[in-house]
Design a protein around this ligand. Structure first.
Ligand code: IPE
Ligand code: IPE
Ligand code: MG
Length: 253
């Protein structure tokens, strides 16, 4: 039971999501409101990442996937992209030991081949260091796109067909699922997007098929413990029906 919630309510631990997926949005607007350069918002946003990772681990959420850089974000001004890359490298360098100490397993999804060699090396090192950890699975989606994810899965499946290992008729959603990123984790049951935008922006379009969606106007740098708990409380109050009726679910209980 999580007590001391902002609304004086409590959440049963069994009502917590197993896998939270977050689009961390609003860093630029947070900075703009303060007449600061956009990158100042990204720097403060790193602090929010730390807070949300800590709370997720503390509460016993099994997996947390954070959208850090989309395949479309390369189109931003070069200076902003470079600062974001530097921030990834420095944050990984600074935080990975502590994450490891806390039993967190780090994993990256996305096309990492487009990153500079230094960042690729840091990513590989952090995954290697934490690979046997059994605590929170922390997934960073970097140079990730939902359409890229489906394309890479289809490519692998096509190779299997070419080798004669599978007949096209035998392809089902389960066959495709095997190649989609994060098929080894529980599917995200809760999605959060900060900053007031109501869109998926090419995040995990396959994995979010039945996910509960939550949108908040809070900008990512302001998304604190209270805001996260409020979101989790909203999840706990929902009834997930997966196409069935409420009555059917009651009977099955
Ligand atoms: C999210 O904040 C961070 C990244 C996309 C890397 P934004 O930079 O998109 O902030 P806004 O949406 O412009 O406020
Ligand atoms: C989505 O945010 C990507 C990340 C948070 C990494 P964007 O700010 O890039 O999305 P759009 O452009 O507003 O849809
Ligand atoms: Mg944005």
């Amino acid at each position: 039971m999580i007590n001391k919630l902002p609304s004086n309510k409590s959440i049963e631990l069994s009502d917590l999501p197993k896998h939270v997926a977050i689009i961390m949005d609003g860093n630029g607007r947070w900075a703009k409101k303060r007449f600061l350069p956009r990158v100042a918002g990204h720097k403060v946003g790193v602090g929010t990442v730390k807070t949300i990772v800590e709370i997720s681990a503390e509460l016993g959420v099994k997996a947390l996937t954070l959208f850090a850089f989309s395949s479309e974000n390369w189109q931003r001004p070069k200076k902003e992209v470079n600062t974001l890359m530097d921030l990834f490298v420095s944050s990984l360098k600074k935080e990975v030991k502590q994450l490891h100490k806390n039993g967190i397993k780090l994993q990256f999804i996305g096309d990492r081949s487009e990153f500079n060699p230094k960042l690729q090396a840091r990513i590989a090192e952090s995954e290697e260091l934490t690979k046997d950890n059994e605590g929170l699975k922390l997934v960073i989606a970097a140079n990730y796109g939902g359409k890229w994810d489906i394309s890479q899965a289809v490519r692998k499946l096509a190779e299997q067909i070419q080798r004669g290992e599978i007949e096209p008729d035998a392809i089902t959603s389960d066959t495709i699922q095997k190649y989609i990123c994060l098929n080894d984790l529980p599917e995200p049951d809760f999605f959060i997007r900060t900053s007031g935008e109501h869109r998926i922006s090419n995040f995990m379009i396959w994995q979010l098929a039945y996910t509960e969606l939550y949108f908040t106007d809070t900008l990512w740098p302001d998304f604190d413990r209270a805001a996260y708990i409020e979101a989790l409380q909203s999840f706990a109050d929902r009834e997930r029906r997966f196409g069935q009726t409420g009555e059917q679910l009651m009977k099955a209980q």
